[in-house]
Design a binder for this molecule. Structure first.
Ligand code: NAP
Length: 316
């Protein structure tokens, strides 16, 4: 079976051939139709997550995917052959990721989550969403923002950010986001209520908002200097939540607002919520690139003048 992976940490991901074993107890074999990339994949290839779970080599990369259950090991009651499934395919041990023709994973992956794909949702949308959309919803939950509140999103153009904008709007939360001028229209179409300048003028633009105070800043970009400026617009007792370790030390050492790192948690429940949201159309992946398996090892630039969104790998 062919997939994109590595034989050792630090290698450039490349096309490798690796046999897929028969499904063991509790495992399912899934024929993959689509996968999607996340910054997490690069972190795994670099060895930064070596202490999390157990990675075996040769390691096929990729956590997010969607496909059809082909074979079941003993004791699997969650799925049947022929089921369309999606989610974060993160088992322990982890060897057969989603950047491949097929994968072998625990039906209940120890560090991920899998669900049936709602009938109305296609493989590519299902594959594009799991990690980014679950992270967006989790960060929003952690922020404590409520309907009627206003939040500021940093990194609204990216995978997590494009879902966070939609998730916030679905919850009746007003969204403000700094961004380059060329993506302003695309962000407004996505649901952002007000787009601010993203360069050195952000501080002035925040002052220009006058009485508006943010219940929270959600940071998906990881630039601590920008987070520090944005945090000045947060109301007393509000939050700054970062998935990209962007909370500056200055925020950790004061008591006016709360600065938190968020790591994706409660994956099975969050995947249930995502399946409902995709079926209802309250969130829809922003897919900006569709590439083949051979191209999955290479980086892709944002579409000129467009959002970064998600890159989907077509596998069928
Ligand atoms: N903690 C967790 O459990 C968890 C889960 C998922 C993701 N993450 C992390 O969350 C972050 C976002 O993930 P993602 O999938 O959305 O990544 P992504 O698709 O690459 O998006 C990154 C976003 O950050 C912006 N950005 C990057 N560097 C910036 C800078 N120096 N100044 C301003 N904006 C900058 C990008 O803007 P442009 O489009 O303009 O470049 C884009 O909006 C990543 O750091 C990822 O590792 C963490």
């Amino acid at each position: 079976m062919q997939g994109i992976g590595i034989e050792n940490y630090g290698e450039r991901p490349h096309l490798i051939d690796v046999p897929l074993p028969d499904p063991g107890t509790g495992e399912i074999e899934v024929e993959l139709y689509a996968a999607s990339r996340n910054p997490l994949d690069e972190a795994v290839a670099a060895g930064y997550l070596a202490g999390l779970g157990e990675f075996r080599f040769p390691l096929i990369l990729g956590f997010d995917g969607a496909g059809v259950v082909r074979r079941l090991g003993g004791g699997v009651s969650e799925f049947a052959a022929g089921d369309r499934v999606f989610g974060q395919f993160w088992g322990v041990p982890m060897q057969f990721g989603t950047f491949a023709e097929a994968t072998l994973v625990q039906a209940r992956p120890a560090l991920g989550a899998l669900r049936r794909i709602p009938d109305s949702v296609g493989f590519e949308h299902a594959a594009a969403a799991p990690t980014a959309a679950m992270t967006a919803a989790g960060a929003l939950d952690t922020s404590g923002a409520k309907p009627g509140d206003t939040i500021l999103i940093l990194g609204a153009t990216g995978g997590v950010g494009t879902f966070a904008v939609q998730e916030a709007k679905a919850r009746g939360i007003r969204v403000i986001a700094p961004a380059h001028r060329e993506v302003s229209d695309a962000l407004r179409e996505l649901g952002v209520d007000e787009v601010l300048p993203s360069d050195g003028a952000l501080g002035d633009a925040l002052v220009g908002l006058g009485a508006i105070e943010f219940a929270a800043v959600l940071d998906f970009a990881g630039a601590a200097d920008i987070v520090e400026v944005a945090a000045e617009g947060v109301r007393d007792g509000g939050t700054v939540v970062s998935t990209a370790y962007g909370v500056p030390d200055s925020l950790r050492s004061q008591n006016r607002i709360v600065g938190l790192d968020y790591v994706l948690d409660e994956k099975p429940a969050r995947l249930d919520h995502l399946a409902d949201s995709l079926a209802a159309g309250t969130v829809r992946p922003v897919i900006t690139h569709e590439i083949g398996l051979e191209d999955a090892a290479r980086g892709v630039a944002p579409v000129n003048g467009g959002l970064r969104g998600k890159t989907v790998i077509r596998l069928r």
